[in-house]
Design a protein around this ligand. Structure first.
Ligand SMILES: [Zn+2]
Length: 453
């Protein structure tokens, strides 16, 4: 690894020299000049143009990564996901993630604008930028008006569940169709958790026997039809199975404006982990599938058929999960991931030749930025974009050890895994937040990014 040498102090203009710039569109050696919070220029730039010069020879320079699906401080089943808006963003920054999209906490009695106001307040400590999507729980005719109102507040993505009728979170297809019509009008996007409620047995917990791949396939097919019929841009969350993937591709072929996401755990883990004595720690919804499923998802990524790889970061400590070790209906679902997302995708994807470096950049930057209204401020490495940057050492070799990570959880599904590639320096809107692997950012530096365009 080449050391990052700081030649001169200064705040204003930072030149990142001689790195290999990688975006979804191009790969090539270039210098990047940052002026204040924005990227001023990319090309061959004289060091005299800058106050600070950072030597990046041997490093990749990428737009800051985006995790489009996280749940910080999520209240579930009488507890809360382990990371809050302070620890989660710091962990994200260590991995090279400079923007995230979280959710409002939907409630039948609370309007979407009110839920958004509360969450915007909660997110203030974040050290990196963020956006929200409005979670729809409990349908009333007023929800249509609320969709237009949150759009004015800068939020045009919405989350729906086709499952979880047991906890009241399901939106029946008839209401989903009405909502999709309104979301199309505001130029927004409907993100849907696709599992057919009738094919899920909540008494069986978050395991494949109770939440089979066919439930995902049926729900994606139905939602795909509604997306086609309403013309609403629709983002299928966390595709976990080959069957779900096939339904997604089929709906796209028939003209639905579908986008698709998968997560590291569906690309790296399979249902054999549930046989371990601590298998309950891997509880996640949808559940982990078979190796044949993750192979299908990797092939789709390699053919650029998906839009984003995000984490669905929703960690619970061992103690929180132990509550459900005996009773699967009390087992909180969700895995930590936000800090490891880029390294897992680089190591298992790029290094193993399953995806190209440009595809790696696409799934972590341009894909999610365009899907969720962050483009052209985020996900882009050219003049005028926010200076969110990652200096990535492609040759770093390291082993996942929970005690060395920064997520507020005492368990990693990837414990002991050997990884290649690591963020060595990370910049958020012109400020270094990670240098030499150390966090040097500030609480509250992160800002809400309203929907662009
Ligand atoms: Zn989620």
């Amino acid at each position: 690894m080449e050391p990052l040498t700081l030649r001169r102090g200064g705040e204003m203009r930072v030149l990142i020299k001689d790195g290999m710039v990688i975006t979804a569109r191009r790969t090539g050696r270039a210098d990047v000049l940052v002026d204040g919070e924005r990227i001023a220029r990319v090309g061959k730039i004289r060091p005299s143009a800058a106050d600070e010069v950072v030597e990046a020879r041997g490093l990749l320079v990428l737009p800051g990564f985006i995790d489009a699906h996280v749940h910080f401080s999520l209240p579930v089943a009488g507890t809360r996901s382990a990371d809050d808006f302070r620890t989660g963003p710091i962990a994200a920054a260590h991995g090279g993630v400079t923007s995230f999209v979280d959710f409002t906490v939907g409630h039948p009695e609370v309007s979407l604008p009110k839920a958004l106001e509360g969450r915007l307040e909660e997110a203030r400590p974040s050290c990196i930028d963020y956006s929200f999507r409005a979670e729809m729980v409990g349908w009333t005719p007023e929800r249509v008006d609320e969709i237009f109102r949150v759009a004015e507040m800068g939020v045009r993505s919405f989350k729906f569940y086709t499952a979880y009728s047991d906890s009241g979170r399901r939106t029946p297809l008839g209401y989903l169709r009405v909502a999709m019509g309104a979301i199309r009008e505001i130029g927004g996007v409907a993100m849907v958790h696709c599992e057919a409620d009738e094919l899920v047995d909540p008494r069986g917990g978050p395991f494949p026997s109770a939440r089979p791949a066919v439930a995902e396939e049926v729900a994606i097919a139905e939602v795909g039809i509604l997306a086609r019929e309403t013309g609403c841009r629709t983002y299928i969350a966390h595709i976990s199975s080959a069957q779900g993937l096939a339904a997604y591709l089929d709906a796209k072929r028939k003209g639905a404006l579908l986008m698709g996401e998968t997560c590291p755990h569906y690309l790296l883990l399979d249902d054999r982990v549930y046989m371990r004595p601590d298998g309950y720690l891997f509880s996640v919804t949808p559940p982990l599938r078979k190796p044949v499923d993750f192979e299908a998802l990797w092939r789709a990524l390699g053919r650029k058929l998906l839009t984003a790889v995000s984490t669905d970061h929703c960690p619970f400590t061992r103690k929180q999960k132990e509550a459900g070790a005996e009773d699967p209906t009390r087992l909180p679902s969700g895995l930590p991931g936000v800090e490891l997302l880029p390294a897992l995708l680089f190591s298992e994807g790029v290094v193993k030749g399953r995806i190209s470096p440009r595809q790696f950049a696409y799934y972590l930057t341009e894909g999610p930025a365009k899907a969720f209204g962050l483009w052209p401020r985020k996900g882009r490495l050219s003049r005028g974009a926010d200076a969110d940057l990652v200096l990535w050492d492609p040759d770093a070799r390291w082993t996942v050890k929970t005690r060395h990570l920064h997520m507020d959880v005492d368990f990693s599904p990837y414990e002991g895994m050997e990884l290649r590639g690591r963020a060595v320096a990370v910049m958020s809107r012109g400020k270094w937040i990670v240098r030499e692997g150390e966090f040097i950012g500030a609480e509250g530096h992160g800002k809400f990014v309203p929907w662009q365009g």
